[in-house]
Design a protein around this ligand. Structure first.
Ligand code: AMP
Length: 420
């Protein structure tokens, strides 16, 4: 056993998985930049107060925060998500609205670590600040739908709901609290505790023996103001117009307190574990103001990278990107030829590999086979004395002798690559 291992809830992302992570983020960037979203990077830790604005009734804030006093006596916390940081950034820099940004990177939550639930996990996401147009909600949801589709996922279900405006929400929370209070004997001790902190979260209960009381609880739709109801109707119309299928799920309240109006979540039906949510988001029209900025509506979502890749595995899509080299250089004259040729290939934009430590021809050939390279370029003493290299196709085994000066251009042509 080595002296140190990763701590619970953290993992090394080793090759080739790390390359797949990067490809995931690159794909996300290409989908969202088509809609005008620009990359933003916010700090991994902030003043604790930034995250406390997420609401003091959420587990993320009350139980899961990695907070500490730094050497300067500031109370800071590792970010548990990135929406609060983006809104703090908006309040600080006051960019022109609408401000459409995307991000990617790790978040930290002190959760019970399990398969698909980690203490350090990555998200990609978008935030659009400065418009309360319901068609913006549709556009944002459509981006996530497009991205899942581009990954190749087919078994992702979109759930949507409206939480109304803050007044609607508080009237609903009161009604819900009253309802659960009158059925308190049917609730588990855990739900009774949740009821004190946040009655909405009781709706999330998965406990079998309280499903009947939960399912008969009042629905938010009965409490929506005319404006919020009309906003929600327009979101549904927009989704219909784009041919996006969805399920209206009135039990969808989501973990973070700041959501209002549109809220949504994506579930993978291909994942068998308890952790099936691959992403979610919603409107948070009061958050920027809470953080000291001007009143600014906003909407966004976050997609869990780790868990979405598990869904890709379950659906057998989004394979690891190829790590195969274009060329494997075999040099039995001591290694100097391989050093120079590899460099020439790389300068021309072709990937090249070799072995190290003056290995025998057989061992080098074996390594070339294993590498999956398209061509082997072989230089032995005979070739060197004639100023040529043997270029061997690793696909059909054909080989030819090419002068050392033109070997890079020759291989590039064979691979259909243009070099300058
Ligand atoms: P949230 O910020 O809680 O709305 O989460 C958005 C998405 O991030 C979820 O749907 C998950 O896919 C992912 N996620 C949240 N927490 C974790 C975690 N602890 N480990 C892995 N993925 C997570």
């Amino acid at each position: 056993m080595p002296s140190f291992q990763t701590t619970p809830g953290t993992r090394d992302i080793l090759p080739p998985d790390a390359a797949r992570w990067r490809a995931f983020v690159e794909k996300f960037a290409s989908v969202v930049s088509l809609a005008g979203f620009q990359h933003i990077v916010v700090p991994m830790f902030e003043d604790l107060g930034v995250f406390q604005r997420l609401g003091d009734a959420t587990d993320v804030v009350t139980k899961e925060m990695y907070d500490f006093i730094d050497k300067g006596g500031r109370h800071v916390a590792l970010r548990p998500e990135q929406t609060a940081g983006v809104c703090r950034s908006f309040a600080q820099h006051r960019p022109t609205a609408p401000w459409k940004v995307w991000y990617g990177g790790p978040n930290f939550r002190y959760e019970r670590a399990q398969h698909g639930r980690y203490r350090q996990f990555d998200q990609v996401g978008v935030e659009a600040l400065g418009s309360d147009d319901p068609l913006l909600d549709v556009e944002v949801i459509a981006l996530a739908v497009d991205f899942f589709h581009d990954l190749g996922l087919r078994n992702v279900v979109l759930n949507i709901n409206s939480l109304g405006d803050s007044g609607d929400r508080s009237r609903y929370v009161d009604a819900l609290a009253q309802y659960f209070q009158s059925h308190i004997e049917k609730l588990s001790p855990e739900s009774v505790a949740t009821l004190q902190r946040n009655p909405l979260r009781v709706l999330d209960s998965k406990r079998e023996n309280e499903q009947s009381v939960v399912s008969q609880a009042p629905s938010i739709s009965g409490y929506l103001s005319d404006e919020a109801a009309s906003h929600f109707a327009q979101v549904k119309q927009g989704l219909d117009a784009l041919g996006i299928t969805y399920v209206v799920n009135e039990r969808l309240v989501r973990g973070l307190d700041y959501y209002c109006r549109t809220t949504f979540e994506f579930q993978s039906t291909a994942l068998e574990s308890a952790q099936t949510a691959v992403g979610g988001g919603g409107r948070y029209d009061g958050l920027v103001e809470d953080l000291g900025g001007p009143a600014t509506p906003g909407i966004g979502f976050a997609i869990g990278l780790d868990r979405t890749l598990l869904a890709c595995d379950a659906e057998n899509v989004f394979a690891h990107p190829s790590t195969q080299a274009d060329v494997f250089v075999i040099d039995t004259t001591g290694g100097m030829q391989a050093l120079q040729l590899c460099q020439q290939f790389r300068n021309a934009g072709l990937s090249s590999e070799r072995t190290y430590g003056a290995r025998a021809m057989k061992a080098q050939m074996k390594a070339a086979d294993k590498s999956g390279a398209s061509f082997a370029v072989i230089i032995g003493t005979d070739e060197l004395s004639q100023g040529v290299a043997t270029v061997k196709s690793m696909v059909d085994g054909n080989q030819e002798e090419i002068s050392l000066e033109s070997v890079v251009r020759h291989v590039a042509t064979q691979l259909g690559k243009v070099i300058s």
